[in-house]
Design a binder for this molecule. Sequence first.
Ligand SMILES: Cc1cc2nc3c(=O)[nH]c(=O)nc-3n(C[C@H](O)[C@H](O)[C@H](O)COP(=O)(O)OP(=O)(O)OC[C@H]3O[C@@H](n4cnc5c(N)ncnc54)[C@H](O)[C@@H]3O)c2cc1C
Length: 420
Amino acid sequence: MTEYDIAIVGAGAAGMAAAIAAGEAASGSRLRIVIIEGARKPGAKILVSGGGRCNVTNQVVSPKDFWGGPRPTIRKVLGAFDVHHTIEWFRQLGVRLKLEPDGKYFPVTDNAQTVLDARLERVATLGIQLLPSTRVTRLTPRSDHFEIGLSQGSPISARRVIIATGGLALPKSGSDGAGMSMLQRLGHTVVPTTPALAPLILGKSPDLGGRFSEFSGASMEVRLRLRRNRRVIAELTGALLFTHFGVSGPVAMNLSRHWLRARLADERAALQVTMGSPALSSTEAADHWLIQQAAKHPRQHLATILATLFPDRFAKALAAELGDARTLAHLTREERLRLAGMLSDLPLPVTGTRDYSHAEATAGGVDLHEIDPRRMQSRKIPGLYLCGEILDVDGRIGGFNFQWAWSSGHVAGWAAVERD
Ligand SMILES: Cc1cc2nc3c(=O)[nH]c(=O)nc-3n(C[C@H](O)[C@H](O)[C@H](O)COP(=O)(O)OP(=O)(O)OC[C@H]3O[C@@H](n4cnc5c(N)ncnc54)[C@H](O)[C@@H]3O)c2cc1C
């Protein structure tokens, strides 16, 4: 049986970060490190990320950008390898980054391949062995090592194992949740999973004559509110994009995990999603704005005034709800209040989200309470470390999920080379 000091399962963002961190920390000590990757080519998700540009991190990262396990744990991990470390690490890997106005960092090449190539090159330079097209099928802890069964070839052994097999998002990339099942068999708790960062599906609606699909292609800044049994449980603002099946764009995708978690917690709960202009936080605020607009522009067509908040097509559809060719001055008080309600809280008939194949992340995963965040070590199985999306942590859109992968990967990699 070939023996290694450290085996890393999964050569995605977190696994490669862990391998490089371990390889650098171990330099000169002749540790034998191997990465076992199920896919023929590693890093599929890096290549498709950020529309092929790979949004590697964000200017400001805080635990509030993440959901899932306890925030103090997330804070510790992010603090050990933060945005400044990440930017410096990219520099050392030879990848120059640029900061975009919305706070996202991308490689200056605008090409995710640059990010992947730099990692693979560093892995090779550090003498880390990469076993592609090989899935780990079994992990058996022994007294001072692990036996690792592989989908091809003989089993191997390693003194320490880092599991970085990801979640369930984009299963064709090789991340199918097998790592979570393996850890469950070893006694870890897996917080039930749902897609995260997935587009929302809309059903038929009496609002706007059920015409939401007509807005396909229109994008706008909105505030989305999710209510469970009438209580607001999530409120997010950002860009929304209408599609042929529903809504996408960062704000819709960020909301998806909240909708699915609420449905998971209680399948009979009444869930309601509404959208409104971010500038108008309530019906009262919207009514006040309409009264002001009526005073300033008494003869202007309603659709023209609404077009200052929303794209033309959408503004026209809202105006049409109150009858065509009307000015604000023509509206009765009841009509104005109805319009104010639509501007601040227009119901979106969300029936669900798209599945893991269209999700960018996974909510749920291995329970963070069972991990020591200073080392990313399992509190149940000594010598076993976890990092990346396999854990119950999911970030919002903007480079946060990669930051979690880089941070948790580094902590796991460093800890795996430490002496007992
Ligand atoms: C379309 C898309 C776009 C995205 N864009 C961004 C973005 O721009 N910015 C951002 O921050 N995040 C983005 N994300 C999220 C980000 O890609 C993930 O959060 C991150 O890649 C997770 O890294 P990971 O290493 O934990 O898991 P993964 O990248 O999923 O890697 C896990 C690896 O483990 C391997 N594996 C699984 N099981 C086994 C096994 N049993 N044996 C051996 N190998 C195994 C898999 O083949 C895979 O290569 C995007 C995700 C998607 C799907």
